[in-house]
Design a protein around this ligand. Structure first.
Ligand code: GDP
Length: 174
C-alpha cells in the first residue's frame, strides 16, 4: 500500500458516514480544504493522508456504517486499516460520533482496533441538543466508552469544543 513514509506523528480521524468528520477536520485545522499528501489512485477514496506540517499528518479514514456490514466494504476496509494500525507514527484516533446517536457497537469496534493508542471522541452536532440533552449525551458516551477513550461535546456550527479538540490534537502531535 502506498502510504507516506512512516516518520513523525500522525493522528487518524474516523466516524460513521455523515457523523460530521469532514466538518470536524476542517474546523479543527481551520482550513476549508486540506491538501492531500498521497495521491494514490484508487486508494485515495479510502484513506487520505494530510500533512499539517513536516512529519505531522492527519489520516482521514473512510466513513463506515450503512453498508459496513456488507462483505465487499469490509473486505476493502479491514486490510487497509490493519496496515494503518501497524504504522509506528500512528499516535491517536479521533472518533466522530453524532451526539444525537451516541456510541454504537461499530464505534466501539474501532475503539478496540485502536488499542494502545490514545482515543478521543467528538460528540458532534451538539448544537442540535439542548443543554441537558448534551450533558446526558456526554455522560452516556463516557459510560459506553468505559475508560477506553476520552470524550467531549463538539459543534462546528456553534464552535463548542473546537478549542478543546485542537488542544488534544496538538498535544498528540507534539
Ligand atoms: P462526514 O460524512 O462524517 O464527513 O460528515 P460531514 O462533515 O460531511 O457532515 C455531514 C452533515 O452534517 C452535513 O450536512 C453537515 O453540514 C452536517 N454537520 C456537520 N457538522 C455539524 C454541526 O456541528 N452541526 C450541525 N447542525 N450540522 C453539522
Amino acid at each position: 500500500m502506498h502510504f507516506p513514509p512512516d516518520r513523525g506523528v500522525e493522528v487518524a480521524f474516523a466516524g460513521r458516514s455523515n457523523a460530521g468528520k469532514s466538518s470536524a477536520l476542517n474546523a479543527i485545522t481551520q482550513r476549508r480544504a486540506l491538501a492531500r499528501v498521497s495521491k494514490t489512485p484508487g486508494r485515495t477514496r479510502l484513506l487520505n493522508f494530510f500533512e499539517l506540517r513536516v512529519d505531522r499528518r492527519l489520516v482521514d479514514l473512510p466513513g463506515y456504517g450503512y453498508a459496513s456490514v456488507s462483505g465487499t466494504e469490509r473486505s476493502t476496509w479491514a486490510p487497509l486499516i490493519e496496515s494503518l494500525r501497524e504504522r509506528e507514527s500512528l499516535r491517536g484516533l479521533v472518533l466522530i460520533v453524532d451526539s444525537r446517536r451516541g456510541v454504537k457497537d461499530e464505534d466501539l469496534e474501532l475503539v478496540r482496533w485502536a488499542h494502545g493508542l490514545d482515543v478521543h471522541v467528538l460528540l458532534s452536532k451538539s448544537d442540535k441538543l439542548n443543554r441537558s440533552e448534551a450533558a446526558q449525551a456526554l455522560r452516556s458516551a463516557t459510560q459506553a466508552l468505559g475508560g477506553l477513550a476520552t470524550a467531549q461535546l463538539f459543534s462546528m456550527t456553534s464552535g463548542v469544543g473546537v478549542n478543546e479538540a485542537q488542544d488534544v490534537l496538538e498535544r498528540w502531535l507534539q
